[in-house]
Design a protein around this ligand. Structure first.
Ligand SMILES: [Zn+2]
Length: 443
């Protein structure tokens, strides 16, 4: 085998053999560094050899093991014995540095087990290398702290996780392994300039609220409108289902068929749908009442102030017929527990505009996610560079020059244009872009 086959200039290839799956390559350092690792003295003498196995990049589809015939030395100054320094080897992993880098990148697109087989190491080793790689990315890729933050739930790999988003820029900035208070609080505490967070939009999940109150007490909490109004649809469904028992099988099928009409806003119904809806509500007044309650609950969000919204809510509450009250208990409880935060929306109408995008993300991840750990999927979502929303600050405004000025100033503008180089800001992951990249198989 050619002595440069490894393309590692610090090593001389002494010999090699190959089997069906592997290359075994025997080497030694080309120029040993003869310095005591303990006291830096150069007064050292040979003290035998030791063979060290180091894994390297796969070659021609085969796994590569480099057997370094490493020298041992004894120091004449301090008396310690030691092994020579092995350049380009990651001594924590017994891998070449280039293999460590390769595994990190490859973990973004392949499963740990797949990579472990390619290299000939355990899955645990791949997991550790990957975790170092992700820590390095966390240090180098920094997203801007959202001024308007969203906290949402996303269900991936069997568990609900918290997605942190930037509502102003419509991007995701983090994905946390769970929705516990401690997890959220730790995330918030580690944010650079966390006091710049002005608003946090969330669903009605108490640990989010407690974490925000504790760590960034000046940030205003706003319950996401979507999570409030959808409770009216849930109540509508609950009423519809409770009426089923009184219906003939034919009517039951009809109501099942028209259930989407009941969930649609009145203003969006076609003539045919309006006609169907009238049929149901005339024959079943309670269904009509439930439809009215749903519509009026949605209409609370047309209020122009929080006082007006609270007034509309109280009118709505009084108008619930006693027979239907049970179906609306969840809304009544939520309103009483979250009232100031629900009403905060009317001061700051912020909401998460990318719920649909998150749903497509969940869909593609569930297809792609088999075999990945949460950490690997998280890294894929957050650190696939092509999906980042990066904004280069515009250079200073410059007065436009006329032709005469232009020729005399040419040298000057050329030199200034090189000086105006401002730092780019990274606002996080554009979810739609990310979904498209996953669908094209790019990540
Ligand atoms: Zn020494």
């Amino acid at each position: 085998m050619h002595r440069n086959v490894l393309n590692l200039t610090a090593y001389t290839v002494l010999g090699s053999n190959e089997s069906e799956h592997d290359y075994h390559i025997k080497t030694e350092t080309a120029v040993p560094r003869m310095v005591c690792s303990n006291c830096r003295s150069r007064e050292v003498v040979g003290y035998g050899r030791v063979e060290v196995l180091v894994h390297d990049l796969p070659m021609h589809g085969k796994r590569v093991g480099i057997y370094i015939d490493a020298r041992r030395f004894k120091c004449k100054s301090c008396g310690k014995t030691f092994m020579e320094h092995l350049p380009e080897v990651n001594a924590n992993r017994w891998m070449t540095e280039r293999l460590v880098k390769w595994i990190g990148k490859r973990s973004m697109t392949n499963t740990f087990t797949g990579i472990a087989e390619e290299i000939g190491v355990t899955e645990g080793t791949i997991r550790n290398v990957f975790s170092d790689y992700v820590n390095e990315l966390e240090r180098t890729v920094r997203f801007e702290t959202p001024k308007w933050m969203g906290i949402d739930e996303i269900h991936i790999i069997q568990k609900p996780r918290a997605v942190i988003s930037n509502l102003y820029n419509n991007t995701a900035v983090n994905l946390l392994p769970n929705r516990n208070k401690k997890t959220i609080a730790t995330y918030l505490s580690n944010l650079k300039d966390r006091d710049s967070v002005q608003y946090v939009a969330m669903d009605m999940w108490r640990p989010y609220r407690e974490a925000v109150n504790e760590v960034i007490p000046d940030a205003k909490i706003v319950v996401d409108k979507f999570h409030v109004v959808r409770m009216a649809n849930v109540a509508m469904e609950s009423v519809r289902k409770s009426l089923r028992a009184d219906l003939s099988p034919k009517q039951r099928r009809g109501l099942m068929h028209d259930r989407f009409v009941l969930l649609r806003r009145q203003s969006q119904l076609t003539d045919q749908e309006s006609f169907n809806l009238d049929g149901w509500t005339k024959n079943y007044p309670l269904l009509g009442e439930a439809y009215r309650l749903k519509e009026e609950f949605f209409n609370i969000y047309q209020a122009s102030s929080k006082q007006q919204a609270q007034m509309l809510y109280e009118q709505w509450l009084k108008s619930i017929p006693a027979e239907l009250r049970g179906h609306y208990e969840p809304i009544i409880t939520a309103w009483s527990n979250w009232q100031p935060f629900i009403l905060e929306y009317f001061n700051h109408p912020i909401t998460n505009a990318y719920t649909e995008s998150l749903n497509s993300l969940i869909r593609v991840l569930n297809r792609l996610g088999r075999g990945y750990s949460f950490e690997a999927l998280r890294a894929k979502i957050l650190f696939s560079r092509g999906s980042h929303k990066i904004v280069q600050n515009r250079p200073k405004f410059e007065r436009q020059l006329d032709d005469y000025d232009r020729s005399s100033m040419a040298m000057f503008s050329l030199s200034t244009s090189f000086q105006v180089k401002e730092e780019a800001k990274n606002y996080g992951v554009d979810i739609d872009k990310l979904v498209a990249m996953i669908e094209r198989g790019e990540i």
